[in-house]
Design a protein around this ligand. Structure first.
Ligand code: AMP
Ligand code: MG
Ligand code: MG
Length: 309
């Protein structure tokens, strides 16, 4: 380990440990059987006890060690003392041991913005589609998503053994991604992955316009980005304003770290400054390769409906 790791490496190391703890909380709440479901804007916009506890855990753990960073979490929670047992103080050694890219060595704590989705795929969590669920912690600097951590609490749950349950991955621009293996979709097939629970005609028209060989409908932004990296899908196409900055900051950073691209439907980048609107109002289009093809196929009607904000 370097004697004084850069603040960005220390933050990612802490975020990695915090995401693992949050993943354990998400599993524990499920096993308790008391999900504590609350409807936010409606039946397709849910919050559970797991979302609440995981966010408390991540935000309290990171702000304790890094009091000057700005942390923006998905859930609106009442300000209350966070239970001591929810605080994670560990740091991932493997992250601390990596050298920081030169351009990020001197970043200051107060310049960093952290976007937290404590449980991505809540709808699927409540329906037992457990591998759709992820914990997302993204780090932005100067409006750009530069690093991210994803925990997938129920990875391998179909195997039925607790030994290999769950996994974590992280990535940083200039370093690459770790904990996930990069693969291409076999045979240049256009496999489009999209929402299963937040669809409408604009969303499906846009998917059709890509002329896909196959369409996969699964929950979670994190889950779909992992599909891109692991060669299970070629494009994540979501022509709707429903995705938020906490869905795309960590995922964009990891995807970009391996050479992929995440933009709005026009092909424009999103900004992750602390003061931006939370909604990704011009949709989400993400690919590992051939981004230009997918942007070029977006129908005019979709571009009209989803103006760059
Ligand atoms: P999905 O692909 O439907 O799982 O959506 C990816 C992320 O965007 C999840 O965090 C969803 O909760 C969120 N999302 C997408 N559309 C909506 C919507 N119409 N209302 C609320 N959240 C949405
Ligand atoms: Mg989400
Ligand atoms: Mg969420």
């Amino acid at each position: 380990m370097s004697a004084h790791p850069a603040v960005l490496m220390r933050l990612v190391a802490s975020a990695y440990a915090a995401a693992e703890k949050a993943g354990a909380i998400v599993r524990r709440v499920l096993h308790s059987g008391e999900l504590g479901i609350v409807e936010k804007t409606g039946a397709n916009d849910l919050q559970t006890l797991a979302d609440r506890l995981a966010q408390q855990s991540i935000c309290a753990s990171l702000s304790k060690r890094f009091p000057k960073i700005t942390i923006i979490g998905e859930e609106e929670l009442t300000a209350e003392e966070v239970r001591e047992d929810l605080i994670e103080s560990g740091q991932a050694e493997a992250v601390l041991q990596m050298g920081c890219p030169a351009e990020y060595k001197d970043l200051k704590e107060e310049e960093l913005v952290v976007w937290v989705d404590p449980l991505d795929g809540t709808k699927e969590y409540t329906e037992g589609l457990l591998d759709n669920v992820t914990v997302l912690i993204g780090i932005a600097h100067g409006g750009k998503a530069i690093a991210g951590v994803i925990n997938q609490p129920f990875y391998n749950y179909q195997l039925g053994s607790s030994a290999d349950l769950g996994r974590s991955m992280w990535g940083m621009l200039g370093l690459g991604a770790f904990g996930v293996e990069l693969q291409d979709v076999p045979g240049d097939r256009r496999i489009v992955t999209t929402t299963r629970s937040h669809s409408n005609k604009v969303v499906t028209d846009c998917v059709d316009a890509m002329e896909p060989h196959e369409v996969i409908r699964v929950g979670g932004a994190g889950n779909k980005i992992i599909q891109l990296i692991e060669g299970k899908a070629s494009a994540y196409v979501f022509a709707s304003p429903g995705c938020k900055k906490w869905d795309t900051c960590a995922t964009e950073a990891i995807l970009h770290a391996v050479g992929g691209k995440l933009t709005d439907m026009h092909g424009n980048a999103y900004c992750y400054d602390a003061n931006v609107q939370h909604m990704n109002s011009a949709g989400v289009l993400a690919t590992l390769r051939n981004h230009h093809y997918y942007v070029s196929r977006v129908p005019q009607s979709v571009l009209q409906a989803l103006k760059t904000g």
